[in-house]
Design a protein around this ligand. Structure first.
Ligand code: ACO
Length: 324
């Protein structure tokens, strides 16, 4: 039998900001309501940073994942953070995590793939492991989206939350079984945010786009067509059927998207764990935070097949089928 190296998740952790903001809290500062937000999205509350930072939450999530895995920071040889809201452009969040954990033997870098960031990170780590370039890695998805949403735009700011999730990944003969990934940059401006003005006094520049802008309906159409197709691809690669999968740990953008994917796959909704009701959409943080919730609740047994899928800005999408 071929003994190809793949990657197994051996520990998870997460960290959410202390400050919880309900839909009712939002309705006091803008023209919205719990009824509008929860009926269209499934979101009831979210955690939003006050003092916490993307790196600080990432370090905490990473510590918890390392503790669960029984791995020391010095054993890590790779740290990859999926984020579009790092505290600095440089140093990367991953380098801040390296310093915060004392992971002196790790190479560290960020991946910006918006809501697919954690999955792209896991796939990158898996490729490093398969190529023999690393053995033990930390993959994180973390965001402080509340700093980049437009708080004057009720159609977007109510959707997002902050937080970080982490997974320790180790080279093994079983773990990641199949992967799919893709991008459609031509549709990138359906979900865009935050470029910078050029402050070179010799050059006249247009006004920069400050905050997140989204064409919600186009993003919705993209998600409900692309995600089931991507999931079907990994099922086909692994020779499995939708009912063989114990849980579908999907990016938490909107309950309606999850219901549509479940219907398309003919899988009951109880296979789709949900965190968006209490976390909102945390972009790259959604999948690892939800995975950690499922893991901490003891819902995963060795040998379970799980599909994780991220999708969003770029536009990008990525799916992994793993054996626990
Ligand atoms: N409270 C009250 N009313 C609101 C709010 C709000 N927070 N936001 C918008 N409205 C109003 C609008 O002003 C509009 O009013 P009008 O008809 O008088 O003009 C009406 O509600 C409908 O607005 P739409 O933007 O058309 O709302 P829609 O029905 O498309 O729902 C939503 C918006 C929930 C975002 C939907 O488009 C969607 O599910 N999109 C999927 C994409 C998604 O969830 N993206 C998240 C980030 S991307 C990602 O993570 C993949």
């Amino acid at each position: 039998m071929e003994n190809r190296l793949t990657s197994r998740i051996i520990g998870t952790g997460s960290c959410l900001p202390e400050n919880v903001v309900t839909n009712d809290d939002l309705s006091k500062i803008m023209d919205t309501s719990d009824e509008w937000i929860s009926s269209r999205t499934g979101i009831r509350k979210r955690h939003l940073v006050k003092e916490e930072t993307t790196a600080g939450m990432s370090i905490e999530a990473g510590k918890r994942a390392l503790q669960q895995a029984g791995v020391s920071p010095e054993e890590l040889d790779l740290i990859v953070v999926g984020t579009l809201t790092g505290d600095y452009i440089t140093p990367s969040t991953a380098c801040e995590v390296q310093a915060g954990l004392g992971a002196i033997n790790a190479t560290a870098f960020d991946i910006n793939a918006a809501c697919s960031g954690f999955i792209f990170g896991l796939q990158t780590v898996n490729a490093y492991i398969s190529a023999g370039m690393c053995k033990t890695a930390l993959v994180i998805g973390a965001e402080t989206l509340s700093k980049i949403v437009d708080w004057n735009d009720r159609s977007t700011c109510v959707l997002f939350g902050d937080g970080a999730g982490a997974a320790v990944v180790k080279a093994d003969t079983m773990g990641v079984l199949a992967c799919d990934h893709g991008s459609d940059g031509a549709k990138g401006m359906y979900l865009a945010g935050l470029n910078r003005t050029n402050n070179n006094p010799l050059i006249q520049t247009d006004k920069a786009l400050q905050y997140v802008q989204m064409d919600g309906q186009e993003v919705y159409k993209f998600a409900v067509s692309t995600v089931p197709a991507s999931i079907q691809k990994v099922l086909d690669q692994a020779g499995l059927a939708p009912e063989d999968i114990k849980y579908y740990v999907l990016h938490q953008a909107n309950l309606r998207i999850l219901q549509s994917v479940a219907k398309r796959l003919k899988v009951p909704m109880d296979r789709f764990p949900i965190s968006l009701d209490h976390c909102g959409n945390i972009s790259a943080g959604s999948v690892p935070i939800l995975l950690d919730e499922v893991n901490q609740k003891g819902m995963l047994q060795k040998g379970d097949k799980i599909i994780m899928s991220g999708f969003g800005g770029g536009l990008t999408w990525g799916t992994c089928l793993i054996e626990w």
